[in-house]
Design a protein. Structure first.
Lengths: 123, 134
């Protein structure tokens, strides 16, 4: 629905929310032995967003396309001895980036809703 | 909804880190406890956690899977006048390494703080989303 109504901003909103979920998982597992940090490549997914087919997830247990095919492991700067590859500082920067992107996309979607309401109400 | 999954992950992280903090506080509190036999001496507790699939949310979340006793040797002190000394005059202390516990505490509390940071930003985004179009 959002893909049609709000163009690229709806997609950006959903993707940033997904990315925030992945980053929060990395931060939560910063001390878990053997955990490998993950990320969603925002740019390449957005670039291919117009041609890619999407699946509807009606339940939380459904596997999304992003989690299967587009999630990538982060190349570690210096992995620790216990096999954990989370770099908390860079994850925090990524979180900031993703929240900014989310707010930005939300602002655009919100503006689009406001404009439509204006047209409907005629004032 | 991925913002909700961010909250679930942060919550699991905070629960696991606070379990670590409570194990550390128990170890530090018992660092100077003494016993009259080797088996009764306090052993430092170490919390184990790993990612477990949560059936409710369908996510792999961090869970405390148990705790183990530290295998390092207990301290032994020769003090025949001590009321808890055994027949040979030895008193057995804990095997807690206070320096190790303090670094563990710092690591756990920093990780906890990082999770609260995520919760704060996700909360702000959720509030913004609720006001969408107003």
């Amino acid at each position: 629905m959002s893909d049609v109504s709000f163009g690229v901003h709806g997609k950006a909103l959903l993707l940033s929310a997904k990315r925030i979920g992945v980053i929060s998982e990395n931060i939560a597992n910063s001390n878990t032995p053997g955990y490998k940090a993950k990320d969603i490549p925002f740019k390449s997914i957005m670039a291919g967003s117009s041609s890619r087919l999407s699946l509807t997830q009606s339940s939380g247990s459904h596997i999304s396309l992003i989690s299967r095919s587009q999630m990538q492991f982060v190349v570690p700067n210096g992995p620790s001895l216990d096999g954990n590859t989370v770099d908390v500082e860079s994850e925090k920067v990524k979180l900031l980036e993703a929240t900014q992107k989310y707010s930005q996309a939300l602002e655009f979607v919100s503006g689009s809703i406001k404009a439509r309401l204006k047209v409907i109400k005629g004032d | 909804m991925s913002l909700k999954s961010a909250l679930i992950h942060s919550k699991s992280g905070m629960v696991a880190e606070s379990a670590r903090i409570s194990a550390v506080s128990s170890n530090i509190a018992n660092a100077n406890s003494e016993s009259s036999n080797k088996g009764g001496a306090y052993k430092a507790q170490k919390v184990l956690f790993s990612q477990v699939l949560d059936g409710v949310s369908g996510l792999k979340v961090l869970k405390v899977v148990g705790s183990v006793e530290s295998q390092s040797p207990s301290s032994v002190k020769f003090s025949p006048g001590h009321p808890m000394a055994d027949e040979n005059g030895y008193v057995y202390g804990s095997n807690v390494n206070t320096v190790e516990e303090m670094t563990d505490l710092m690591s756990a509390s920093r990780a906890y703080e990082n999770n609260t940071l995520v919760v704060t930003s996700v909360k702000r985004l959720m509030n913004q989303t609720l006001r969408m179009g107003k």
